[in-house]
Design a protein around this ligand. Structure first.
Ligand SMILES: Nc1ncnc2c1ncn2[C@@H]1O[C@H](COP(=O)(O)OP(=O)(O)OP(=O)(O)O)[C@@H](O)[C@H]1O
Ligand SMILES: [Mg+2]
Length: 234
């Protein structure tokens, strides 16, 4: 389907980012690579996760694709509450529910896959909490970051791919509407600006892609970005 020129042959994961994450080094991934895909609703996260997964599988890698909130029975239950609850939910309750689902997801899916040497692609992760509950809802960023660290036991993605596009364009692509996605354009635009601020503060960990491009171009840029995080040979 695509015509990617990126070669990922003979690479291994750098496993950690001492520069950006000095206090919480990732555990040894035994060759695993932790990629997250972030962005506003309709930015193409699920589509890109699938395409990267297909590409890396063809390149001979073990790949696990998963998504937040979800990826476990606890996560699925939390997804139902967070996305479809009809009662007005406090911002702190919303954050804690996402973090509870994340803790279960990390322990039962993400760490085991990384320790088994897989490329783990996660559709949304900790940066979504910072962008949505921190930047857009206005909760204290330091507190959100602390809860992220607690929920993940300090696990930080090797690479966060940020799909950036105007909120209006993302919402126009969307097919499913839920409690969070149905917020107004201004809310989604602040989420977008939050993601961009995060990417600017951690340029070593983020790959920012213009998601208004066609999907083949987005995939090509993502694979090039992943290649930059990889150390040749091992
Ligand atoms: N680069 C692109 N150009 C045009 N359409 C795209 C592109 N990427 C994805 N799409 C289409 O946009 C729609 C939304 O994509 P997708 O479901 O991957 O987004 P998402 O970020 O996962 O959305 P959500 O936040 O709702 O889960 C789908 O119909 C998909 O085929
Ligand atoms: Mg999706």
């Amino acid at each position: 389907m695509c015509c990617c020129s990126t070669s990922l042959d003979g690479w291994r994961s750098p496993n950690r980012h001492p520069k950006t994450n000095p206090g919480y080094p990732n555990p040894e991934h035994s060759g695993g690579l932790f990629i997250t895909i972030e962005g506003i609703e309709g930015s193409g996260k699920t589509t890109l996760a699938r395409l990267i997964g297909e590409y890396l599988t063809k390149a001979g890698r073990k790949v696990v694709i998963t998504a937040e909130p979800g990826g476990s029975a606890v996560g699925d239950a939390v997804r139902e509450i967070v996305l479809h609850c009809e009662e007005a939910m406090s911002d702190r309750a919303e954050l804690l529910l996402f973090e509870a689902a994340r803790a279960q997801h990390v322990d039962t899916v993400i760490r085991p896959a990384l320790e088994a040497g897989s490329v783990l692609i996660c559709d949304r992760f900790t940066d979504s909490s910072l962008a949505y509950q921190g930047y857009a809802r206005g909760l204290d960023l330091g507190e959100v970051a602390s809860l992220n660290t607690y929920a993940t036991s300090g696990l930080v993605p090797d690479i966060a791919i940020l799909l950036d596009l105007p909120a209006e364009a993302g919402l126009a692509r969307q097919r499913k509407i839920d409690r969070i996605s149905s917020r107004d354009i201004a809310f989604h635009e602040s989420v977008r600006q939050g993601f961009l601020a995060l990417a600017q503060s951690e340029p070593d960990r983020f790959v920012v892609i213009d998601a208004t491009q066609d999907i083949d171009s987005v995939l090509n840029e993502a694979l090039t970005g992943i290649g930059h995080f990889l150390v040749p040979g091992s």
